[in-house]
Design a protein around this ligand. Structure first.
Ligand SMILES: Nc1ncnc2c1ncn2[C@@H]1O[C@H](COP(=O)(O)OP(=O)(O)O)[C@@H](O)[C@H]1O
Ligand SMILES: [Mg+2]
Length: 327
């Protein structure tokens, strides 16, 4: 089958500034995305997300590997491939600060070869949708960061390309704008059959928008699954121990350094130890740590894992093997 985005074993190293050392930002990543898929590219800072996105849209040339958009080789036919792509990079560098909101939209549509007349309706629709109506004649430089980000995303949508790349679309935005952007994207996703790749370390973006999540760490893919699958996979493996005695300092240290845990106390002054178990035998080991000091266990419950915990588990614990083959 033909993929809309198809990258094959791409690698990218940078030279560290003022040094001969190299940083392997992307260490040989392959990824295939089907039409209509909304993929979350998740990973901690420095994982290689931006580098990967820039290579996928031809803004950065990989050291090795190939990138195809709709079967077009991006490295060989960049302009042709770009006709299918819109990209919003981190920051708002792809808009003109001295033009108004409306002028920006018109300018970039024109840049795409779209006639003003033919896009008018869509342009008004987007201005309405992004709640930019009362700002449409203001210069972009006088807008808040959130507003500017909305303009940048509107420009990408106006181009009406099949593939959209969004690099950290909600980074540094206030809660309200972040929510608004998620909502707009959700609507658009529902209405149109676009292929979207969103890099983020904002969990709600993944949970609300994406069906599939690719987790990148240290320049490699460590998980590639459906979001609901990932949650399910971990759900049965989170436990909450209610303890009738506080944990000793030693117990705490062992638990915190070896497992993904949270330790709190409840109103009855009991200790609640929540653990995410990666392999079943870890549960026995945790019991052992409790047994060592005869910590009284009142009860053990299974708990619901949220996506943040899943993410931490994978990034911290090298879940690669277990999650990789269920996609
Ligand atoms: N232009 C550059 N020069 C040198 N190192 C870079 C450059 N861009 C990114 N890096 C390094 O490459 C790694 C991946 O960066 P990046 O792709 O920006 O990750 P992310 O977007 O996931 O935070 C990081 O270690 C970063 O410091
Ligand atoms: Mg980045």
């Amino acid at each position: 089958m033909e993929y809309v985005v198809d990258i094959q074993n791409v690698k990218k190293s940078y030279r560290k500034r003022g040094s001969k050392d190299m940083i392997d930002a992307v260490k040989g990543i392959s990824l295939q995305v089907k039409k209509g898929e909304i993929v979350g590219l998740l990973g901690p800072n420095g994982a290689g997300k931006t580098t990967l996105i820039k290579m996928m849209c031809g803004l950065l040339i990989p050291n090795t590997g190939d990138v195809f958009i709709n079967g077009i080789n991006v490295l060989k036919k960049r302009n042709k491939a770009m006709e299918h792509i819109s990209v919003v990079l981190e920051g708002n560098r792809n808009i003109y600060w001295r033009l108004t909101v409306r002028e920006n939209l018109e300018y970039f549509a024109g840049n795409r070869g779209l006639a003003k007349k033919s896009i008018m309706e869509e342009l008004d629709y987007l201005i309405e949708k992004f709640r930019l109506k009362d700002k449409e004649n203001e210069m972009v430089k006088s807008l808040s960061r959130g507003m500017q980000q909305k303009v940048a995303i509107a420009i990408a949508l106006l181009a009406n390309t099949e593939v959209i790349f969004l690099d950290e679309p909600t980074l540094g935005l206030d809660i309200e704008t972040s929510y608004e952007i998620r909502k707009i994207l959700k609507d658009i996703v529902r209405e149109e059959n676009k292929t979207i790749i969103i890099s983020t370390h904002d969990m709600p973006v993944v949970q609300e928008l994406c069906e599939r999540v690719v987790i990148v760490n240290h320049g490699e893919i460590v998980a590639d699954n459906r979001v609901d699958e990932l949650l399910q996979l971990f759900e049965s493996k989170a436990y909450a121990f209610t303890l009738n005695k506080p944990l000793s300092k030693q117990q705490r240290t062992i638990l915190e350094t070896n497992y993904v845990v949270s330790i709190e106390s409840n109103e009855q002054n009991q200790t609640i130890l929540e653990v995410n178990i990666q392999q079943s035998d870890e549960l026995y080991k945790i019991m052992e740590i409790l047994a060592r000091e005869q910590t009284p266990i009142e009860k053990i419950d299974r708990t619901i894992v949220n996506f943040e915990q899943v993410f931490l588990n994978i990034v911290k614990g090298g879940q690669k093997h277990e999650v990789a083959h269920s996609s």
